[in-house]
Design a protein around this ligand. Structure first.
Ligand code: PLP
Length: 379
């Protein structure tokens, strides 16, 4: 059955376009907004840091999924862009990115074919792998297209998600990968996603991560395998990168920041969800027009579903799909029905992936719509 009904994305982008030029206080809610000055400061701060230490920045685009922001990161000096999924790589290729790192094990003939096509069309493609099979499939597709790609061998440094767990196993994999056609092993990578929370604990753990990276790098070198690129990092550990052997940093969340990673610096969070109070019928409570379909249900170690800007005592303790329950019982003054509130989401990346467009705001006025062109591209 064919249908001509427009998609939700089409409708959302039309509605968002109508908001351009309005003061933030008059936008239709719920809506995700980006403060352009805060975003630019976050992008520049990290670029300045890496430039000062001779580290290449390869921002993970999963946070913003937006060509506009990815291209700005490249303009500021990023060495390339990181993606997880092939569909994201296609979006950033179409936007004009010339160096893309796919940091996710690609499996399946469709994916190998699509990635090989990206490389054949001129993108300098790098793929991080932790086993032979995905690389072998990709190598065969690349060879068919007359294209090449570079590979990073992924190490598990503590998250226990993907990655070889020892230097010896990483070396053995690198040696097998070196036999494949159309690919070159050029280094190692890791994702220290287990480093969260207490800054002192993060610093201690970064040392352990670095030990495994150095051991693996030395094992590669001793066996004549290239290890020019050592890719790593996350937002919580980003400013410790120069104390390690990592020479490519893949932070993503740093662009927006969020309630989980910003620590005491909530005011630096560039992404907010603007909501409206729609009910105060239950004593001690208000309800806002955003729930898990707008904010995500990603949690926070301290509980709650986001920080309400300017109302430290208001606790967004529960969300349903379209309702946010805020306990305001401890507040002398309370938001009233119709009041607009700004919520800093727990997890920027999950939140952005729920929105086809973000309202870009400067000096309190909607400047334009940032298209989240890679939204939902999980294939
Ligand atoms: C493989 C990989 N690299 C880099 C990042 C970026 O880390 P962060 O979100 O802390 O900036 C992620 C985040 O999930 C990731 O999965």
């Amino acid at each position: 059955m064919s249908t001509s009904i427009r998609t939700g994305a089409d409708r959302t982008l039309e509605l968002l376009a109508l908001q351009v030029g309005r003061p933030l206080s008059e936008v239709e809610t719920p809506v995700a907004v980006v403060d352009l000055d805060l975003l630019e400061a976050n992008l520049q701060d990290l670029q300045t840091y890496v430039d000062g230490h001779g580290i290449a920045l390869w921002p993970h685009t999963k946070t913003h999924k937006s060509p506009e922001i990815g291209l700005r990161q490249l303009e500021l000096g990023a060495g390339g862009l990181t993606v997880a999924k092939t569909g994201e790589a296609e979006v950033f290729q179409e936007a004009g990115a010339s160096r893309i790192l796919v940091h996710y094990p690609p499996f399946g003939t469709d994916k190998w074919e699509r990635l090989a096509r990206i490389a054949a069309e001129g993108v300098e493609l790098t793929v991080a792998v932790d086993s032979l099979a995905p690389a072998a499939g990709l190598a065969a597709a690349l060879a068919r297209h007359g294209a090449r790609a570079t590979l990073l061998v992924e190490l598990d440094v503590g998250l226990h998600r993907t990655g070889q767990t020892t230097a010896a196993a990483a070396l053995a994999l690198a040696q097998s990968l070196s036999q494949l056609p159309a690919v070159d092993v050029v280094g190692i990578s890791c994702y220290p996603g287990h480093l969260q929370g207490d800054p002192a604990a993060i610093r201690r753990n970064v040392v352990a991560v670095d030990e495994l990276l150095r051991e693996t790098r030395d094992a590669f070198s001793a066996s004549g395998i290239r290890c020019d690129r050592i890719s790593g990092g996350s937002t919580p550990s980003r400013y410790l990168t120069h104390e390690t052997c990592v020479n490519e940093l893949r932070s993503g969340t740093y662009a927006f920041l969020d309630r989980v990673v910003s620590g005491d610096e909530l005011e630096k969070c560039a992404l907010r969800v603007v909501v409206t109070v729609v009910s105060d019928a239950v004593p001690g409570q208000i309800v806002v027009d955003a729930g898990s379909k707008t904010l995500t249900s990603d949690d926070h170690p301290d509980g709650g579903h986001g920080a309400i800007v300017g109302w430290p005592g208001a606790n967004l303790h529960t969300i349903n799909e379209e309702h946010g329950y805020v306990d305001v019982s401890s507040l002398a003054e309370r938001p009233a029905i119709g009041d607009q509130l700004q919520i800093i989401p727990n997890h920027a990346c999950g939140c952005v992936n729920l929105h086809d467009g973000l309202l870009a705001v400067r000096d309190g006025v909607v400047d334009h719509v940032i298209a989240v062109s890679a939204r939902g591209l999980v294939r």
